[in-house]
Design a protein around this ligand. Structure first.
Ligand code: PLP
Length: 348
């Protein structure tokens, strides 16, 4: 009999718990496009409160919150500065170019971490030959950086520098709550350095759908207008917003459990011949490791692990990513670590 699957491909695979489903079934709803859905309204208020902003708006995805933030801050022919491995640049089909006529300038970080000294010379002079530098985006935690937390000091310095040069700041905080739990620095302390912040409910928080964009009331009102044209107006959205609300109320503190299980998994990988953590540092709920070509490709290993009931993702021909989340408990993660060791051994 096949062993049950241990799915470590992403923290997006989490399914709503029974209690979350009950909250969703009981949600009060309205038409959030005509005027308001009361549950969406509650979610937006709580989100703004937690992030210390005047307002927040619920959207179907994190890609939409990021892209609408760029639309808010930039005009066609403007440029924004971002880290080279960030989600906005790598995983959103250059929507900033497709949908908003905006260009980007990428800077290579260290596991996604940027330092202000790397940015100082990147603001274009104001003349008719040049695009206009308008915005800096940061990602925290950093997805391709294996869940790396941006050092708080770096964030403060980058945002202060950007503000002093009249640049807007947007935070892709898809996993900001992971950073907050791991550091003890509250979400609002991270968020106050930015003009807009996006957070995802459908990652480690375990809600089925959605993200929010938070910021000043005036910008969020404008975001509501953009959301309509991007196709993100949702009517009885209280059904899904209730899942997000439940996640904010019940699933934040437990993110620390995912960080603990990620460290357990990392230890197992460290002890596996032919595997090497890359980066070595495990800050939150993600582990990325390199497969020695003598064992085979990352895809070979992903296939061998799948046969043993462990699902992970190849992120390059030599790298594999595993993510812990609320649908895998410590025993399952220990089991996955053991299977990874055994498979690495067999591939020698
Ligand atoms: C998941 C994610 C997003 C948003 O993804 P969607 O699938 O569009 O919701 C944005 N940024 C980061 C860093 C992410 O990991």
């Amino acid at each position: 009999m096949a062993a049950p699957l241990i799915d470590l491909r992403s923290d997006t695979v989490t399914r709503p718990t029974a209690a979350m489903r009950a909250a969703m079934a009981a949600a009060e709803v309205g038409d959030d496009v005509i005027d308001v859905d009361p549950t969406v309204e509650r979610l937006q208020r709580l989100c703004a409160e937690m992030l210390g902003t005047e307002a927040a708006i619920y959207m179907p995805s994190g890609s939409m919150t990021n892209q609408i933030a760029i639309r808010l801050h930039c005009q066609p022919g403007d440029e924004f500065i971002c880290e080279a491995d960030c989600h906005i640049y790598n995983y959103e089909q250059a929507a900033f170019a497709q949908l908003s006529g905006v260009a980007t300038r990428t800077v290579q970080g260290d596991a996604g971490v940027l330092h202000v000294d790397q940015l100082r010379d990147l603001i274009r002079p104001a003349n008719d030959h040049m695009v206009r530098t308008r915005l800096v985006t940061l990602e925290n935690t950093h997805n391709r950086g294996a869940g790396r937390i941006q050092p708080y000091e770096n964030v403060v310095q980058i945002c202060a520098w950007a503000e002093s040069h009249g640049l807007r700041r947007h935070l892709d905080g898809a996993r900001l709550f992971n950073a907050a739990v791991a550091t003890g620095i509250p979400p609002a302390d991270w968020s106050r350095h930015f003009d807009t912040v996006s957070v995802c409910f459908s990652k480690g928080l375990g809600a089925p759908v959605g993200s929010a964009l938070a910021g000043p009331r005036e910008l969020i009102q404008l975001a509501r207008r953009h959301r309509k044209v991007f196709g993100g107006g949702m009517r009885q959205a209280g059904i899904i917003a209730a899942g997000a609300l439940y996640a904010l109320e019940h699933h934040i503190d437990r993110l620390g459990d995912d960080h603990a299980t990620a460290r357990i998994l990392a230890d197992a990988i460290r002890q596996s011949a032919g595997l090497r953590l890359d980066p070595e540092q495990v800050d939150t709920n993600m582990v990325i490791f390199r497969v020695d070509p003598a064992l085979g490709t990352a895809a070979d290993m992903v296939g061998a692990l799948r046969e043993r009931g462990v699902l992970v993702l190849a992120t390059s021909p030599v790298k594999i990513r595993a993510v812990t989340h609320l649908d895998v408990d410590e025993a399952q993660v220990r089991r996955a670590g053991q299977i990874i060791q055994e498979v690495a051994e067999q591939m020698q």
